[in-house]
Design a protein around this ligand. Structure first.
Ligand SMILES: [Zn+2]
Ligand SMILES: [Zn+2]
Length: 337
């Protein structure tokens, strides 16, 4: 069958990517009547939608974070269960990015399109692993789409943190981590590495940890850093939002070693600039190899590249004989670099 030209049924309008035969947007950046939301990060899960189809975890995250802007008509769907919407069939598949994150498969007249949302393929004890979904058109993220980005093994980065904690037992280690996803992954990796002591949290990280726990992801003993005596934080690991590590907040900690868990920590200049002593390369996004291999494995003949560094990836896509297109979607400031 000749594939329907994708542009005839997948369009970019003022609100973002829109599927006319299904009557819905995917991760729209403004409020819409009907949306499919891939995951709970704020650059994908915007407030003010009427109907939202997403995993139950993503809907819970949106409910907790958006308050009055939470979806008015939430509809939960499980991964792997096809759903007829208008003239298309929609199925979600795990994206391995954060709790509840999903890719979206849309089938229309025998053509298969997969929208990756944010994804990674490396192991993460806090969410379901990425599922490879064969398709004709793959719409991919591109946050770390440069060959220089090789994330490596997150466990080795956590081992570095634990070594430093052992070396400086009188200092606190304050680790910058985004509230949704990164924080819980760092905690789970610490627990996997055998670290059983309480982990201290900046108040802004508590709600997301509670959400993960409510979905059965156990994180061990977590205590609020605020209100804990300074002496008790000697030798402790404290997680805080990135904005708090350079701020007055962390100066209350005993001689803190500042760390930051992010894919961007591969860029040493960036770590230095932010005053990070202990950069930890831990990313919830695909690196260059994962991005390029996934494109090949999907078998897609055409690839659209969303937010991120599309130039290098588009060049790569064209050298492999596929059609590539940059999807200029506004309003994509990534929450979880
Ligand atoms: Zn994300
Ligand atoms: Zn994103």
């Amino acid at each position: 069958m000749t594939p329907e030209r994708f542009e005839s049924w997948l369009k970019v309008d003022r609100k973002g990517l829109y599927c006319p035969p299904g009557g819905f947007h995917i991760d729209p950046h403004g409020a819409v009547r009907r949306a499919i939301v891939t995951h709970g990060h704020s650059d994908h899960a915007r407030p003010g939608h009427d109907a939202v189809l997403a995993t139950k975890e993503t809907l819970a995250i949106m409910g907790a974070r958006l308050g009055e802007g939470a979806p008015r008509r939430p509809q939960a769907t499980a991964c792997g269960e096809p759903l007829a919407i208008g003239d298309v069939t929609v199925t979600l598949f795990p994206a391995g990015h954060v709790l509840g994150s999903a890719q979206v498969l849309i089938e229309y007249k025998g053509t298969r399109v997969v929208i990756s949302g944010d994804y990674k393929r490396s192991a993460d004890p806090t969410c379901a692993p990425f599922a490879l979904v064969p398709c004709d058109l793959f719409i991919t993220e591109a946050t770390f789409a440069l060959p220089v980005f090789q994330h490596g093994d997150a466990r080795a980065e956590v081992a570095k943190l634990l070594t430093s904690v052992e070396q400086f037992p009188e200092r606190a280690h304050v680790v910058g981590a985004y509230a949704l996803g990164k924080t819980q992954r760092v905690i789970a990796l610490l627990r996997e590495a055998g670290y059983e002591r309480p982990i201290y949290l900046h108040g802004a990280l508590q709600a997301c940890c509670d959400l993960y726990e409510s979905f059965g992801v156990s994180l061990g003993v977590l205590l609020p850093a605020t209100g804990t005596k300074r002496d008790d934080l000697e030798g402790a690991i404290v997680l805080a939002p990135p904005s708090a590590i350079a701020d007055r907040w962390s100066r209350r900690l005993p001689d803190p070693v500042t760390a930051f868990a992010s894919g961007w920590m591969r860029v040493r200049a960036r770590a230095r600039q932010q005053g990070i002593e202990l950069p930890l390369v831990i990313s919830d996004h695909a690196d260059w190899r994962e991005l390029t291999e996934t494109i090949t494995e999907t078998g897609a003949e055409e690839v659209w590249v969303t937010h991120g560094r599309e130039d290098a990836l588009l060049h790569h896509i064209e050298t492999t004989g596929r059609r590539g297109r940059a999807l200029a979607l506004i309003g994509r400031e990534d929450e979880d670099p």
